[in-house]
Design a protein around this ligand. Structure first.
Ligand code: 6QP
Length: 497
């Protein structure tokens, strides 16, 4: 695995030495240590480069013993491998990052602008009486936009030379989360909350997908996505005309790549893990957990999976061109559905088990959730989808179709979502036609309402659980989880209800 330097710019166009020297002014995007160049698509230090390389071996599996939101900086980076890896992925590191041929002028300008910002900052720090001569590795709060909020750690300014794109049709807004991130930078466990009320938010609808009217994790979406390393498919070129079959081919390829890059386990790895099943003793240990302990555990797992889906969404051509509110609306209502679609990859039909916490588990393991009906329904869904034996490509495009759903409530620019959705639908038809499996189309469309109902059941259970254990939800559930499921409740509210 020696593709550590897959992204050094083309020397024929740019003086790569100069660029590398410039890049090194920018600290490692993962831990803030001194960077040594672009590794796996992101500016990182040698330590994080090596860590990411090791993490890509199929035998490696990390889990966080806390709440999956550990701060990662130079001093703490070795404390939690799970959170470190998550940050790597969130920042856009990918083992598939390949050499890019040319840096566009925009990319170069943007890179230089970032370098310049860092230079200026360093000069300021050196002049400061309070912080004489310190060149601190990582200064959260000094640069709020560079700060992953821990709300959705997948929202980084990320690499590809982030001049924040002006989203057409969406007026620039003041982002309160910036202040919030500055204020809370030293306590990253606290969620940065944005109470961003929208006009519809007076009548939140419960039970139909997620409540998309609550706080908005703009931070995630603000940044360009990390799809450098390949010529990306440009959805804008489609908006004014009919897509050609070449466009659709490219769209398929792009979605498939996005899927591949944002799934933690690859098909071959899952295949080799199939023999790992929980022993009776292990099953008993899970069953003996208290209800709230098991819920918290699953909430963390689920949030992990959602974060990968957020990253997938950001890499779907056309998604980032939607306005932020619509991106958030689609994620709030669709990311859980995609998690369920993806779960079918991890299902073993031979013994009705699903991959969980490193091994394969049957429904009985989840007894202490006290949701056997929902667990049975989730297993049933995974089983039925698994029975369709989708290829990874088919699943990728189906996942995109589930996410880019123009029928969601509260979309601001529904027409724009419709255009992207139309293309994704064409992509799905195209891929099934190509595979000579057109009969799958109807079967897949028929799964969509089932997904919706599973998510509604999830929400219902969550409300029940929150009534029983408000403090567990308030203090121990991952911020992103609460945000997605519309649990913005603060402690005062809990006290008065
Ligand atoms: C990614 C997991 C297999 C149950 C749990 C989808 C849950 O746990 C609940 N929901 C849930 C959890 C996960 C999920 O997708 C998984 O493949 C991640 N997890 S998981 C896996 C499984 F059968 O925890 O690893 C949905 C909660 Cl939090 C409350 C009540 C009922 C639930 F199902």
């Amino acid at each position: 695995m020696e593709n550590d330097e897959p992204q050094s710019p083309d020397p024929s166009q740019d003086n790569s030495q100069t660029i590398r020297a410039q890049i090194e002014v920018i600290p490692c995007k993962i831990c803030g240590d001194k960077s040594s160049g672009v590794h796996y698509g992101v500016i990182t230090c040698e330590g994080c480069k090596g860590f990411f390389r090791r993490s890509q071996s199929s035998s490696v599996q990390y889990s966080c013993s806390r709440q999956s939101n550990c701060p990662i900086d130079r001093a703490s980076r070795n404390r939690c491998q799970s959170c470190r890896l998550k940050k790597c992925v969130a920042q856009g590191m990918s083992r598939n990052a390949v050499k890019f041929g040319r840096m566009s002028k925009r990319q170069r300008d943007s890179l230089f602008a970032e370098v310049e910002r860092h230079r200026q900052q360093q000069r300021l720090q050196c002049n400061s009486v309070l912080e004489p001569q310190t060149l601190p590795a990582y200064r959260p709060g000094k640069e709020p936009r560079e700060q992953s909020s821990h709300l959705i750690p997948t929202l980084p300014p990320a690499y590809p030379y982030s001049v924040e794109p002006k989203l057409p049709g969406c007026p620039p807004e003041v982002h309160p989360y910036l202040e919030c991130c500055i204020g809370e930078a030293q306590a990253p466990d606290l969620a940065c909350r944005v109470s961003h009320r929208r006009s519809e938010s007076n009548s939140p609808t419960v039970g139909r997908g997620f409540d998309s009217t609550r706080s908005t994790p703009e931070a995630i979406l603000n940044m360009p996505c990390s799809e450098m390393g390949f010529r990306s498919f440009d959805p804008e070129s489609l908006f004014f005309g009919y897509p050609t079959s070449l466009h659709i081919e490219e769209l398929c390829a792009s979605i498939v790549r996005s899927h591949r890059e944002t799934t933690h386990y690859h098909p071959e790895e899952l295949q080799t893990l199939r023999w790992k099943v929980f022993s009776r003793v292990e099953i008993h240990a899970y069953q003996s957990k208290s209800v709230d302990e098991m819920w918290q555990h699953c909430a963390v797992r689920l949030t992990d999976a959602v974060q990968y889906v957020v990253e997938f969404a950001k890499r779907i051509p056309g998604f980032r061109q939607l306005c932020q509110n619509d991106q958030i609306t689609l994620l709030k209502s669709g990311s859980m559905e995609v998690v369920l679609v993806r779960m079918s990859r991890m299902f073993n039909m031979e013994n009705n088990t699903v991959f969980f916490d490193g091994k394969f588990a049957g429904t009985e393991l989840f007894k202490s959730l006290a949701c056997s009906d929902l667990i049975a329904a989730v297993f049933d869904f995974a089983h039925n989808l698994c029975a369709l034996r989708l290829t990874e490509q088919q699943m990728a495009v189906f996942s995109a179709l589930v996410l880019i759903n123009a029928d969601r409530l509260y979309l601001e620019d529904r027409e724009r979502v419709q255009r992207v959705s139309r293309d994704v639908k064409l992509a799905l038809s195209h891929i099934l036609h190509r595979d000579n499996q057109e009969s799958l189309l109807l079967k897949l469309y028929q799964r969509v309402p089932v997904l919706k109902s599973l998510c509604a059941q999830h929400i219902e259970k969550l409300r029940w659980f929150r009534q029983l254990y408000p403090l567990t939800v308030h203090s121990l559930f991952p911020p992103l989880y609460k945000e997605l499921f519309g649990f913005d409740t603060d402690i005062q509210t809990l006290a008065t209800h």
